[in-house]
Ligand binder design. Structure first.
Ligand code: 6PG
Length: 253
């Protein structure tokens, strides 16, 4: 994967975190698509399946679209891919707010992936019940595996949130799927929690745009302002974290 160079940044605990910086969102999306394809190919070859948790929000839109195009559409054995969601707004699947809707429009409806292998967070009716169902599904799907997801894509909010994990609204430590009521929103959310995300083999953050620059710097350098960011709880003991940022988002690094 070619960036225009990586910037190493120290984070709390002294772990070296590598941020790969790309000239723009298009270059980042291309690199992210190549990364997904590489991870899928390796997982399918080694373990027969690729368990992938999608990121919500708008940032991954172009990455999803590229994966539905050549060469990636042909490179990935979509029949062996299991799709999950890092979080969802509890709205109908056709609602413009739905993370599922975006993923289906840009990718899932455009590749030969059986819809039985697309595990939507169907929380529009009963979020609490769906949280329990989804957690049971994940525990079943992870059985016998050396880790949980082979890959989880994540975004970063300007306030330092990721998935639907918001500073000050963090779920109980031992849950895998949590209901979140974000102040000011008319809908509730479901989110995967650090407990289950930390079982991943690889977490990849995709961050673009100048508005994310302060949060990216603060999170990566451990600034007090973002000390409560749930990103700091993401440390997969058997896995790796990678950051892909465009130059605008990396402007303050
Ligand atoms: C959500 C997302 C959220 C998102 C960030 C970045 O459902 O809101 O999962 O965590 O990834 O807010 O959003 P953008 O990519 O739209 O900037």
């Amino acid at each position: 994967m070619s960036g225009n160079g990586a910037t190493g940044e120290e984070v709390p605990g002294g772990r070296q975190v590598r941020v790969e910086v790309f000239p723009d969102g298009e270059a980042l999306s291309e690199a992210a698509a190549a990364l997904v394809a590489a991870q899928a190919t390796e997982a399918i070859r080694a373990r027969g399946r690729f368990l992938w948790a999608l990121a919500g929000g708008r940032t991954p839109t172009r990455t999803y679209a590229r994966l539905a195009e050549l060469p990636y559409r042909e490179q990935i054995d979509w029949g062996r891919v299991e799709i999950f969601f890092g979080d969802e707004r509890c709205v109908p699947p056709e609602d413009p707010l739905s993370n599922y809707r975006l993923a289906k429009e840009m990718l899932l409806s455009r590749v030969p992936l059986p819809m039985t292998q697309v595990h939507r967070l169907a929380c529009e009716s009963d979020p609490e019940e769906e949280a329990g169902r989804y957690e049971a599904l994940l525990r079943l799907m992870f059985q016998g595996r050396p880790w949980g997801f082979d890959l989880a894509l994540l975004g970063l909010g300007a306030d330092g949130h990721t998935a639907s994990l918001f500073p000050g609204l963090l779920p109980p430590a031992n849950t895998w799927v949590a209901v979140v009521a974000r102040p000011g929103e008319s809908f509730r959310r479901l989110t995967l929690t650090p407990a289950v995300l930390n079982l991943s083999r690889l977490l990849v953050f995709l961050v673009t745009g100048r508005d994310k620059a302060p949060a990216l710097r603060a999170v990566l350098t451990g600034e007090e302002a973002m000390a409560a960011s749930p990103v700091h709880q993401l440390r997969p003991p058997a896995g790796e974290i990678r950051w892909l940022a465009d130059q605008e988002a990396a402007a303050l690094l």
